[in-house]
Design a binder for this molecule. Structure first.
Ligand SMILES: C[S@@+](CC[C@H](N)C(=O)[O-])C[C@H]1O[C@@H](n2cnc3c(N)ncnc32)[C@H](O)[C@@H]1O
Length: 250
């Protein structure tokens, strides 16, 4: 089940729940004659899907999504909105969060405190090359490009809207951004590689780091440690979100 995307498992869960609901309605019809209120059926559907989510191997928080998804869908239908609104909302979400379903990495941004820590990592260096793997809106790339120690600052990003914003931002403030998948990006030419992704890609990313990054270079992961690998240093930044930087010196 581990190889099946969570979204597929969630849909399967809703499908099984629907089959169970149909059976329950059929049995219940011997006790109380139909019709039954839609809102009640929708809550039972959500409840059943939530109960099944554990059996399907979905993480605990998916239970809440499974519970509220049919209810939210029902309420949205009650609003009787033109379908173009839902389609537009879906397209907009996809343009921003294209990497959330496949890569399991949504968009959230590095804060100014963390950028200062990245700056500290460049001290004493010259013509350093920096790479942000999944650069979001390009803020880190533009920030690093302006440091005198940094010779080249690059970001790669595949979500369409963040890529567009980071392209504009780097054109205006410095640095370069490539519409390129991080898995197809060679790490060998960079001194400092930064990632702020999610727990999901870390084991695979570490294999890439060890295969491609050259001796003396540094890999930094914001918040997500590489499982089973001791970092060279851990910086606790003491900001409001208690950021931890896991630093791996090659
Ligand atoms: C948590 S955000 C971090 C953004 C930025 N690095 C920052 O720290 O502010 C992760 C970004 O990685 C991007 N991303 C995820 N998987 C990617 C992939 N395979 N190739 C390129 N970008 C990816 C996402 O679209 C998202 O913008």
């Amino acid at each position: 089940m581990n190889s099946v995307p969570k979204i597929v498992l969630a849909l399967l869960g809703q499908g099984f729940a629907f089959a169970l609901l149909a059976a329950l309605v059929w049995l219940f019809s011997y006790v109380v004659a139909p019709p039954y209120p839609w809102w009640a059926l929708v809550w039972v559907q959500g409840g059943l899907a939530a109960m099944l989510s554990g059996y399907l191997g979905l993480p605990g928080w998916w239970r809440w999504i499974q519970l509220f998804f049919p209810v939210a869908l029902y309420w949205a239908l009650q609003l009787d909105l033109h379908p173009a609104w839902s389609l537009s909302a879906f397209v907009l979400l996809w343009l921003v969060f294209a990497n959330a379903s496949k890569e399991r990495v949504p968009l959230y941004l590095t804060n100014p405190t963390t950028r200062q820590a990245l700056k500290a990592l460049t001290e004493g260096r010259a013509a350093l090359s920096f790479l942000d793997l999944g650069c979001g809106l390009g803020g880190n790339v533009a920030f690093m490009a302006r440091l005198p120690e940094v010779g080249r600052s690059v970001g790669v990003e595949t979500a369409p809207l963040p890529y567009l914003v980071s392209l504009i931002q780097t054109r205006l403030r410095g640095g370069e951004v490539l519409a390129q998948n991080l898995w197809k990006t060679s790490l060998g030419e960079y001194d400092l590689v930064y990632a702020f992704l999610s727990p999901e890609p870390m084991p695979r990313l570490w294999r890439k780091v060890t295969e491609e990054m050259r001796p003396g270079s540094v890999f930094v992961s914001n918040s997500f440690a590489v499982p089973g690998v001791e970092p060279t240093e851990v910086w606790e930044l003491g900001d409001t979100r208690q950021t931890k930087l896991f630093i791996y010196r090659r």
